[in-house]
Design a protein around this ligand. Structure first.
Ligand SMILES: [Zn+2]
Length: 639
């Protein structure tokens, strides 16, 4: 027989398995196939030890699916599917993808091809089938082209990521083409799939290698030709943001819907940001690509967090960090393209973007969008249009803080991108150093430290935020006296000492009197503390002042609008010390604050205490303005 000495062919392996299952001995099989007995037994012993039942089925599946196909053996359909992701999605998934998805993918592929690490945020409106596209179709498409790719499917929890990965893994063993629901077919968003991946590309499940290479949390696909399957390096792994340790580095990490409404506290959000940095960003190969995709959900969600990251410039000049470059590319697909709108919204005939104004008219029709928009403009802007939303008549607008232009004018912005917490503005050392505190007996205390600088030019007065705290405290944690050691303790004492060390001693503490008087003014030790540090405590009464048109909280808006509030914004990824997140606490309250509406406002009130009492403090202080006719260059740069 000519076969002798040649490796077993896939159809022979199929027969061996069938005959074993039917109870034939190895000798009998050898005779029937015209093969030597050692060939048969060596094939069978290559299967995992003790292979029976499930193991035999695995070997059978693998044998039936046929060996992984070299590109030269691909059918014309398979080739077309590689060229054309839309055809790929239809052929194997019965999924009709939209032009915007192809556009997004083309950009991703460009980034994947660059030699350096790349990061991209993709925001698109909900209901457009994005999880299916990003966690199944795209990974499968990449894998058939490059079986040695290593990728990560990430999500908010390990459980969610595992579910995504299981679906992807099943696509690689599926023998029956996918049949979508009849309602999806009727709606014209799906069709019956034409084929399975294994039909066109051969098997993906390794022939032998045990169950550990094919689990729900990670699996390795069979490699082409004689190359052994690298068991250690899995093709795809499932990772949740809380997953502690991941050994491998990946070529591509795809994070899907990595944010949740369940993050309610600043602390839980910060914890998530940090673990995302560790798990998602740090596990990329030097040429790797991180895709973070999903719909915007909140003004401080993970997408905003990543989009705010600044990339250090490529040159090595550390002294002159250019932080205007963004670390993440941003691709966004709103549900409705206002600039392309011609009012053609009929669900049955409306063409999707880029021919029409709707992203996916059949899934997210205009009738739905209009309803959502009429209910809440802010929600519509953020959730559907992927834009940071401003509430109507809010105190502080996003664009005032960020800087830029809109129909009403242009704004310098409030961020000092290079300034960290407790960092004085460069060259301006003659300001007034003041703190304010919004005392709450049961809730969060808001404590802020501001540095007020009159430039002496055209009444321009900057308010530099130096630090901010929002914590639950007992009054003793704020300021106390230890009679044994005869020292003051607490946050106020620490901040005071720190201000002297930095050469800008705090002169005033503004505190709301109603609550504050109960302890701040009654103790001998507090009076001694004031004398020791040469500072004054200014009682503030809120009362009716709060809504005063001239002096009330509302006056803060114009300070932000004109860029007179200076916020430390040095990003954490370039050495910042949570400056940005502390600043955002204040900004976020400002963005939600509206007259007569109950929102959390302890930080915004603390800022207002300073503003309200500023005339008094500025006259009390011999504030010698540092006369300069120029605005420091880094202030301009941040605008
Ligand atoms: Zn339109």
């Amino acid at each position: 027989m000519a076969k002798r000495g040649h490796p077993l062919q896939p159809e022979e392996k199929q027969r061996i398995i069938k005959l074993i299952e039917a109870g034939y001995t190895q000798t009998a099989i050898a005779e029937r196939l015209g093969r030597s007995r050692p060939t048969i037994s060596s094939y069978l012993s290559g299967l995992p030890p003790g292979t029976t039942g499930k193991g035999i089925r695995q070997a059978k599946d693998a044998a039936e699916a046929g060996a992984p196909k070299e590109e030269a053996k691909w059918s014309p359909e398979a080739r077309k599917a590689i060229e054309d992701i839309a055809y790929f999605a239809r052929r194997y998934y019965g999924c009709i993808i939209m032009p915007f998805q192809e556009e997004g993918l083309a950009k991703i592929m460009e980034l994947l091809d660059t030699p350096q690490r790349e990061y991209v945020v993709i925001n698109q409106a909900p209901g457009t089938g994005k999880s299916m596209f990003f966690t199944r179709i795209v990974p499968a498409w990449l894998t058939v082209q490059r079986r040695d790719i290593r990728g990560m499917i990430g999500s908010i929890s390990q459980g969610m990521a595992t579910r995504y990965l299981e679906a992807l893994r099943n696509d690689f063993t599926r023998r029956q083409p996918i049949q979508p629901s009849s309602s999806d077919i009727a709606a014209g968003i799906s069709v019956d799939a034409e084929a399975c991946l294994v039909d066109d590309f051969g098997r993906f499940r390794p022939e032998a290698g045990g169950e550990d290479s094919w689990t729900q949390r990670g699996f390795t696909v069979a490699q082409l030709g004689r190359r052994p399957t690298p068991h250690k390096e899995q093709t795809w792994i499932a990772v949740g943001a809380e997953t502690e340790y991941i050994g491998t580095r990946v070529d591509i990490a795809i994070w899907d819907d990595a944010w949740s409404d369940s993050f309610t506290t600043v602390e839980s959000k910060q914890r998530f940001y940090r673990s995302f940095d560790m798990v998602a960003e740090r596990r990329l190969e030097p040429h790797g690509l991180l895709v973070l995709q999903g719909q915007r959900m909140a003004s401080d969600d993970i997408y905003r967090y990543c989009l705010d990251k600044r990339a250090p410039a490529d040159d090595d000049d550390d002294d002159d960090l250019v932080l205007t470059g963004q670390m993440y590319h941003h691709i966004k697909f709103p549900a409705h393209f206002d600039d392309r709108c011609e009012g053609k919204h009929d669900k049955r005939i409306a063409k999707p973007y880029p021919d029409g104004c709707l992203l996916y008219p059949k899934r997210v029709p205009w009738s739905d969008l209009r309803m959502i928009r009429d209910k809440s403009m802010a929600e519509y802007q953020l959730l559907y249009q992927q834009e940071d939303a401003d509430l109507d008549d809010c105190l502080v607008k996003e664009i005032w803080v960020k800087g830029g232009e809109d129909a009403d004018g242009s704004y310098p912005g409030c961020w000092d991108w290079r300034r960290d917490l407790c960092q004085l503005p460069e060259g301006l050392n003659r300001g007034l150093s003041v703190c304010s505190v919004d005392v709450s007996p049961t809730q969060y205390w808001a404590v802020q430290w501001w540095y007020i600088v009159d430039t002496g030019v055209g009444n321009v007065r900057y308010r530099y935020l130096l630090d901010l705290e929002g914590v639950k405290m007992q009054s003793g944690q704020f300021l106390d006296y230890d009679t044994r050691t005869r020292t003051h303790t607490g946050l106020a004492e620490e901040w005071m000492a720190r201000s002297h060390k930095l050469g800008c001693p705090i002169r005033y503490w503004v505190a709301e009197i109603n609550a504050a008087q109960r302890f701040l003014f009654q103790y001998q030790h507090v009076r001694e503390w004031q004398a020791k540090w040469n500072c004054q405590i200014l009682p503030h009464t809120t009362g009716r002042n709060k809504s005063d048109p001239e002096l009330g909280v509302g006056q803060l808006g114009k300070l932000y609008r004109n860029g007179l509030v200076r916020l430390p914004g040095l990003p954490q990824n370039v050495g910042g010390n949570a400056a940005r997140w502390k600043s955002l606490r204040l900004v976020d309250e400002g963005k939600k604050w509206r007259p007569g509406v109950k929102t959390r406002d302890d930080q915004i009130l603390a800022q207002w205490f300073v503003e309200f009492n500023l005339p008094k403090m500025m006259t009390g202080q011999q504030a010698v303005p540092a006369v300069r006719d120029d605005i420091p260059s880094w202030v301009q740069a941040s605008a």
